[in-house]
Design a protein around this ligand. Structure first.
Ligand SMILES: [Cu+2]
Length: 124
């Protein structure tokens, strides 16, 4: 009985250690691409396939020099993404059309974790 408990504990510890703390991007690392936790949103075709998706989120940061908007987005079921904060590539026009703190509805193309906004619209 005791052995079973120890094994269970070891399994849980192993599972926890696989989830990096940087799942939530604070936006402090600038242009560095964010990594999702192992197994979250990662499927075999992530590396090669470009997928279109839409999401709603709140703008956390804008880096005009890097061409990047950091958005705390809601879950994206079509990509099996959980709610999270991550950077999206954006054009200067897109960057100029939004402000930090706004809630936005946006479309994007995702190639794995490399995501580029195709349309972004503030929502009331
Ligand atoms: Cu994400």
């Amino acid at each position: 009985m005791k052995i079973h408990i120890l094994l269970l504990t070891a399994t849980l510890l192993t599972a926890c250690s696989k989830a990096p703390d940087e799942v939530v991007d604070t936006g402090q690392r600038g242009a560095e691409p964010m990594q999702m936790a192992d197994g979250v949103g990662a499927s075999a075709d992530d590396a090669a396939t470009t997928t279109k998706a839409s999401a709603t989120g709140t703008i956390e940061a804008i880096d005009a020099a890097a061409g990047k908007i950091t958005i705390a987005h809601e879950p994206v079921p079509s990509l099996q993404w959980p709610a999270m904060t991550m950077g999206f590539r954006a054009t200067p026009e897109q960057i100029a059309s939004v402000q930090v703190g706004q809630t936005v509805r946006f479309d994007f193309e995702s190639k794995g974790m490399d995501a580029a906004i195709t349309q972004i619209v503030p929502v009331e």
